[in-house]
Design a protein around this ligand. Structure first.
Ligand SMILES: Nc1nc2c(c(=O)[nH]1)N[C@H]1C(S)=C(S)[C@@H](COP(=O)(O)O)O[C@H]1N2
Ligand SMILES: [Mo]
Length: 180
């Protein structure tokens, strides 16, 4: 399920941009080769779409989000991260959700490269939040000192998106409106 068409991957020109409030004040670009040099890990995770289906027990392999924080440290005061895809899709996550062992930039699912529809070559996997935060076809990571809403967060979905608290819709962010 996604918005827009499935992009074509061109390894020679592909870049992953890390920008916004970096500690150095500069933006960084990783080539596909640079990305391949980063540490890798595997996470076994369930996946919860907001429309209620769940996909259980996927094994995702890729670069943990913490590897980007180490390679390109954020400035002091960065509390959120915007994950950007092709075609302007985006999702914001709190730094505490980004900087978790289970948050990955995955290149493989169950031991095989991702299919184009599932986000090839790289997709975010934030398994403890609703799946719209798991951005496919990632192209950029933006460090934010002030939170900003991403694509679905701007269209009525919840800013945090914890499935255990059923945080689906933005009206739930107001005190007293259903699950907190
Ligand atoms: N780039 C991009 N990533 C995206 C989306 C999208 O529209 N564009 N849809 C999100 C939503 S709503 C869901 S449920 C999951 C679906 O992931 P899947 O196709 O691997 O099941 O991708 C998420 N990541
Ligand atoms: Mo979704």
């Amino acid at each position: 399920m996604h918005y827009g068409r499935v992009p074509t991957f061109r390894p020679a020109t592909w870049r992953l941009q890390i920008f916004g409030a970096t500690a150095s004040g500069e933006q960084h670009f990783l080539t596909w080769d640079d990305f391949g040099q980063l540490p890798r890990s595997t996470v076994l995770a369930d996946f919860h779409c907001v429309t209620k289906f769940s996909i259980m027990g996927n094994e995702w392999t890729g670069v943990p989000a913490s590897a980007f924080l180490a390679a390109v440290p954020p400035a002091d005061g960065v509390g959120h991260v915007m994950i950007w895809a092709e075609y302007g899709y985006s999702a914001n996550v709190r730094m505490g959700d980004f900087d978790r062992d289970s948050t990955l930039f995955a290149t493989e699912l169950d031991g095989k490269p991702l299919s184009p529809e599932r986000g090839y070559p790289v997709r975010a996997v934030v398994p403890h939040l609703y799946a719209w935060k798991s951005v496919k076809w990632v192209r950029a990571i933006e460090y934010l000192t002030e939170d900003r809403r991403g694509f679905w967060e701007d269209r009525g979905y919840h800013n945090v998106a914890d499935p255990w608290r059923e945080q689906r819709y933005s009206y739930q962010e107001d005190p007293g409106e259903g699950p907190p």
